[in-house]
Design a binder for this molecule. Sequence first.
Ligand code: 3PG
Length: 412
Amino acid sequence: MTSRNFLTIDDFDTDGKTILVRVDLNSPMDPQGNILDDMRIRSHVATLKDLEDAKVVLIAHQSRPGKKDFTTMKPHASLMSKYLSKQVTYVDDIFGTYARTQIASMENGDVILLENVRFYSEESLERPPLEQSKTYPVKKLAPFVDIFLNDAFAVSHRSHLSVVGFTPVLPSGAGRVMEKELVSLDKGIKGAERPSIFVLGGAKVDDSIRVAENVLANGGADRVLFTGVVANAALAASGVNIGKVNLDFIKSQGYEDQIEKARGLLAKFDDKVGLPKDVALNDSKKRVEVPVSELNSDSLPINDIGLETIVDFTKEIENAKTVVLNGPAGVSEIAEFALGTREIIKAATRSGFSIIGGGHISAEVDHLGLAHRFSHISTGGGALIDYLSGEKLPGVEALKVASKTYFEAKKI
Ligand code: 3PG
């Protein structure tokens, strides 16, 4: 039994049981259907290894209706087989007779992966758990299953039927990915050890401001360092002339209102927010280092934090005991402008407890071969931002309710 407010694999006797596991295998794919980054697929191996004597039914999605990579789970099953070193059988059905027959004929140790659950359009409707538990897929599959595990942290910000629909009708808990995400991210949000620093970059200005507001208001962060586009927005808010091209970029992404938000944040937490003192402009792919006080170009984009900022920020980061990194510091796809991101990543590996989130920066961590030096690499995109912003994730809340129900039922 755990002292947490959700159950885990350790709370259940899983041997010989049929376990339905919601996993997030959603991966970038090329037009030929090849998986370009299999990080999420690899992440679930730990859960499956702990269920070796059970019958495991995986349910997952790939992309969204209307997108080019909205496709079958067949390639995911092949890759999963490779990483698990045993057959993961792809089943071309979600909850129909074929899927149910396959589940009913499973033996201990078998693993099957059902078809893309979003092929059933009702999956993408956002509804509360009780309503979702009355849908056809839940009614049809639940009688064949003993335990439901949500291992899909990355989609737990969606109140979709495969995420929350089984928890009211089956004993339910978290898989290993979900468990590690919640334990690690809670340490990050609370700033388990001090000093605690959040380094927020990337292009999604609103996400970074939301996270900063939460961790500064709840006291989880001693410092927030802004890099990337959010740093430009915050510099503009503080009166720096970032130049027309940079201002236009912020506006073109629909983030004009975020400059005002950044102004409010700076007014409230001035000494806790670190902004770049210099930046690297992109002049025909060459770095031009300029102190922010001397910025006067309307045409050269800011593509990275500057060298002096790199020195200051990395010093702060390596002296921190808790570090959360989300989003790159610059345009890391261009080698010349990957410097800030890379140095920040390296500094974080010299700090205490370190968390990394966001696809682009995680790709850079892989590129540097430093993944093993981080305490936690989050699988979440939107879910991670919502969680770090202090929002409740429906998939996680459903697990808390399931845990209460489980213990109440045991008392009777
Ligand atoms: C993700 O990639 O962030 C998750 O798989 C959720 O996907 P969605 O944003 O399409 O719901």
